[in-house]
Structure formats: C-alpha cells, structure tokens
Ligand binder design. Structure first.
Ligand SMILES: Cc1cc2nc3c(=O)[nH]c(=O)nc-3n(C[C@H](O)[C@H](O)[C@H](O)COP(=O)(O)OP(=O)(O)OC[C@H]3O[C@@H](n4cnc5c(N)ncnc54)[C@H](O)[C@@H]3O)c2cc1C
Length: 540
C-alpha cells in the first residue's frame, strides 16, 4: 500500500451525500476489483480504499478484491490494473482504470442503475435497442478531467444494462492505459469505439448514441434518420440550454409557480463546466467552474427537472410553443432560448480531418495527452491565455499563436502568461494543419511579412472565440444582430411574443454573471407575460 494514502478516507460531506443516494439501491451490486502490483500502484491503492468505503455506506454494495492473473481474472479476461467489473455474472460492464475525478459521477450512477436493474433509457432508445441482433462491444476512452466523458460512459453502460445479452461496455481511462489509447489513436475524449470501429468523438445525446450502436454508422450520417418525437409533455415554460443562463431561468420560473423543464443536449453546466477557474463570480475570490456549476445544479434540481441528453432539433410557435427534442415533444406557454455559443473553427485545411487526433477545442479535456509534447494554442483572448496556462501547468511545451500584436483580455491573465514565460508568436495565423493520422506540423504565416514556416507540434488547441448557437432562433425568425446573436430587450423579450433569450446567445459581454442575470430577467418576463399576455390587446 502506498504510505501517503494509508489514512485516506472519503470526506464526511461526500459520505453523507452518497449515503443519501444509496438509499435508492434495491438489489445487491457486486464490485469486483482487480489490481496488479507495480502497475498504476497509486490508482490501485485508491480504488481499493474507495471501494471499501463505498461498501461501508450500504450493505447492498459488496466488494471483492482479486489479482490480475488469478483464475477469476482469467474467467472475465481481465488483464489491466486496476479494473472494476460490475455484477459480471449478469452484465458485461467494466472500468479499465480507476473511476475518479469526473468519472466518479458515472461510477456512482452505474451502481444505482445496476442495483435497480434499470437502464433509464427513453422509450424510443429502448425500442431502437430492441432491434439489435448482433453483439456490440463499446469502449469509451476518457480522462479523469473531462467533464463530457461521464455522459458518454453512461450512454454505453445504459445500453449494456438494457441489452446484457448483446452489449458489453467499457470505460477506459486513457491516462492509466496510454498504450491502449495510442493503439486506438485517441487524441481527444470522450472517444467511442464500437466493435473496433472508431464511431464518435464527444458526448452525444442518448438517442443518437443508441442509433449509432444499432446501425454502426457515425452520428453525422444518422442525423436525418433519428426520429424526434415521442410523448407530448405539457409544461408552462420550456428552457432550452442547461448553462448558467438556462439554470437560473429555471430557478426563477419554478419559484414563480410555473411548471418548467430545462432541456440540455449535452451535460448540465454549459461552458461553465469547462472553465478551469472562475475569478470574477462575486463572493468567491476563486472557484473552479465545475464546483460552481455543481453548487448551482444542486440548487436548480430542488425546483426543476434538467433533462440531459435532450437536443432540441425544432421549435414552433403557434397556439402553444413547442420544442421537439431527441427524446420527447414538449409543449408550453413560453420558451426561453439559452443555447449559448460553440467554439469557432479555424476553417483551415486539416482541421476537420485531424479533429480528435491532435486538433482540440477543449484543453481541460484533452490536455493530458500532450504532457511534455509541443503544442500550439491559437488565439489572443482570455480563453487562449487560460488554455495556454492550463497546458503549461500540465507540462506541455506550449506556444501561443496570436493574430494581433497584443492580447485582448484581462490583465491578470496577461501577467500570468508573461510570468510563466509562455512563448507567443505575434501577428501569426495558422494556414494548414498537417498530419496523416495525427497532427505532426502546422504551417503558419506572419501577417506582416507574409513569410510562412512550419512548426513541429503534436496538437493544436483552438481558442479563437465563439459563434452563437442560433439554429433554432433562425427557424422561427427571431431577430438577430449582425453577428448572429439573438436580439432581446432589457427584460429578455425577443421580437416574437412568448419567446425569450438569455445568456451568451444574446451576445454582449458573455460572462457567467451576465448569463445568470439575463436568465432571471427572461424567466420573470415569461411569468409576467403568461399572467398578462401583452400581445393580446384585450388582455393588457
Ligand atoms: C474556457 C472558458 C473560460 C471561461 N471563463 C470564464 C470566467 O472566468 N468567468 C466568466 O464569467 N465567464 C467565463 N467564461 C464564459 C462563460 O462560461 C459563459 O459566458 C457562460 O457559460 C454562458 O452561459 P449560457 O448559459 O448563456 O451558455 P452556455 O454555458 O454556453 O450553455 C448553453 C447550453 O445550451 C446547450 N444547448 C445548445 N443548443 C442546444 C439544443 N439545441 N438543445 C439543447 N441544449 C442545447 C449547450 O449544450 C450548453 O450546455 C468562460 C468560457 C470558456 C469556454
């Protein structure tokens, strides 16, 4: 046992939260933990201690320990240390690596689902899975710092619970299994491989994942084939987007007595979840984005359901407002659009082809793969500086490529970049990203003298700003500004009655604190308008 961890135990507040959650356990869950001395020793120690602590919190959790190489490990073809199997007599579900960091979320959820023998898949997903006739082996490569990964791991685990006869699911920590990650050319996570075929990068809405699993076609080919629809759910307010704006709107709408639902296509928290450190949220000098998100999320869930994995593909405004999502059809009286922004792409040759193989838009998720390796961060604003500092801290050899001759951003970040002596190539733009199966070079051009040169790098982290997620807004003809942001008045109203906008989708300074403020305004306006519909002359 690693001496420094000898006295490790779960913090008291974590025990309390887990104890509460484990009250939902129904049947026994067997966690079979395999380790091998000399391989990932620190993780072996931690998973051993963690599993023992869990078993103390509920008599439904039974933990057994084995060595890789013994008969039991051979029976289940366990060769890696550490590995955890869940009820292997019934399911083929495993963690290859220790489920810590972000993955503790999927690990605990998996215990609960298995104990309840329920996959919690939607009716549509279950129907699709019932058509599966051949075996599927799903591997989801993750890192423990990737906030998007647990969602995709749960997609895989849910499918394995629903169809234990044909689906096996494995979450692989890329950090503890670098050889496996390299073998499968993993350069960004979550990276999903089904039957040895690389299927997708990223966390997908549940139905899209299930459709890929059944058809073995990547999501892009399936978008038009997935049937949106399902049951009609009636509420007062539909909120699209589970970032800070949508979550705050949810609290305000529900506290006004309105029946509300928040539909989130990926995972709750939006961009806040990938913000390493927030230093401008009043009341906290410094707080991890993830932690802030968890605090807000816990509060929101006291009031309103947040449905993750529900991508809204169409909205309609008629007698009612409607949102058609990948797992349901929602009908309401008001709709708040809080869909935020997405990463702007460079639009250069090689970017799309090498996405997931060195090209990344999430330093927090993928930085680990480039420890001690040369990488570039492209951009000159706060996000580029934050990413560069994060990567440098991880041990990457990072250079910033900035189009201008100075940074656009906050002074403390500029000071940190200078203090850390991160090299910056000013007036430089990227022309091409080069590599066969992975990034090997970038071609860059100096914008002043037009000279081009090649830099040998293993990764390109793109941080050049955002574009508004305005596809739904354009569907119904919301007024946009010249940059594509939804135009709202001071209280969140758009040009279409009963439709409101909040947060980054409306442009402006695009910060957590402003998103939260706009969420509150939009929900208050929705309440006001549902009570006194201003667009109906006789109801004024
Ligand atoms: C790296 C980084 C660092 C940052 N640092 C800071 C900081 O220090 N301080 C600060 O104040 N701000 C910071 N920001 C900005 C801040 O995170 C955003 O301003 C804030 O998250 C915006 O909130 P939002 O709810 O409007 O949008 P988002 O956080 O973008 O959330 C929108 C949500 O809508 C969902 N969505 C989109 N389309 C659909 C659809 N069709 N159906 C269902 N769901 C959908 C998305 O999945 C997303 O979860 C940072 C951002 C980044 C990327």
């Amino acid at each position: 046992m690693n001496d420094s961890l000898k006295n490790w135990s779960l913090p008291e507040d974590a025990k309390k939260i887990l104890g509460e959650r484990f009250k939902q356990l129904k049947e026994k869950v067997f966690l079979e933990v395999f380790t091998k001395d000399g391989v990932n020793d620190q993780f072996n120690t931690l998973i051993t201690l963690f599993a023992k602590e869990l078993s103390k919190l509920s008599d439904k959790i039974i933990v057994n320990f084995y060595k890789v190489g013994d008969d039991f490990s051979k029976k289940y073809a366990v060769t890696r240390s550490p590995t955890v199997l869940f009820n292997p007599e019934k399911y083929s579900i495993r963690y290859t690596g220790a489920p810590f960091g972000e993955e503790s979320r999927s690990f605990i959820d998996a215990i609960i689902m298995i104990s309840q023998r329920k996959s919690f898949l939607s009716k549509e997903s279950k129907e699709m899975l019932s058509q599966l006739k051949e075996p599927r082996d799903v591997k989801v490569f993750v890192t423990l710092s990737c906030p998007y990964c647990p969602g995709q791991v749960l997609n895989a685990f849910k499918a394995a619970i629903e169809r234990p006869d044909l689906v096996s699911a494995e979450a692989v920590d890329s950090m503890e299994n670098t050889d496996l990650a390299q073998k499968h050319n993993v350069g960004a996570v979550p990276h999903t491989i089904i039957n040895d075929q690389s299927i997708s990068h990223g966390f997908e809405p549940e139905q899209r994942f299930v459709a890929e699993l059944v058809t073995l076609k990547p999501a892009e080919d399936l978008i038009g084939e997935i049937q949106a629809g399902g049951e009609h759910v009636h509420v007062d307010v539909i909120i699209i987007g589970g970032g800070p704006a949508g979550l705050t709107a949810g609290i305000y709408a529900a506290r006004s007595g309105l029946k509300t639902v928040i539909l989130e296509k990926a995972m709750v928290g939006g961009q806040m979840s990938i913000t390493p450190m927030v230093e401008n949220w009043p009341g906290f000098r410094s707080i991890a984005g993830k932690q802030l998100m968890e605090m807000i999320n816990a509060q929101v869930r006291d009031y309103v359901p947040v449905l993750e994995g529900q991508e809204v593909v169409e909205i309609k405004v008629g007698k009612h407002v409607e949102a058609i999502a990948t797992g349901g059809h929602f009908v309401g009286q008001a709709l708040i659009l809080a869909t935020g922004t997405s990463h702007r792409h460079l639009g250069v040759a090689g970017e799309e082809k090498l996405y997931g193989h060195g090209v990344s838009y999430c330093a927090t998720c993928d930085g680990y793969f480039y420890k001690n390796k040369p990488v570039v961060v492209v951009g000159g604003g706060n996000t580029a500086m934050t990413d560069a500092l994060y990567l440098k801290n991880l041990g990457a050899k990072v250079t910033i490529l900035a189009r201008g001759s100075e940074f656009r951003g906050e002074q403390p970040l500029k000071n940190s970049v200078e203090r850390e002596k991160i090299p910056v190539l000013w007036n430089t733009e990227i022309v091409e990203i080069i590599g066969d199966s992975r990034v090997t070079y970038v071609k860059v051009k100096n914008r002043k003298d037009e000279k081009e040169k090649e830099l040998k790098v293993d990764a390109v982290f793109v941080a050049i700003g955002e574009v508004p997620n305005n596809q739904l807004a354009t569907q119904i003809g919301l007024k946009l500004d010249g940059y594509g942001y939804v135009q709202i008045d001071r209280l969140g109203r758009t040009n279409i009655p009963r439709v409101y906008g909040a947060g980054d989708i409306t442009g402006g300074v695009r910060q957590i604190v402003t998103a939260v403020g706009e969420g509150a305004s939009a929900a208050s306006s929705a309440f006001e308008d549902i009570s006194h519909p201003y667009w109906l002359p006789n109801k004024k």
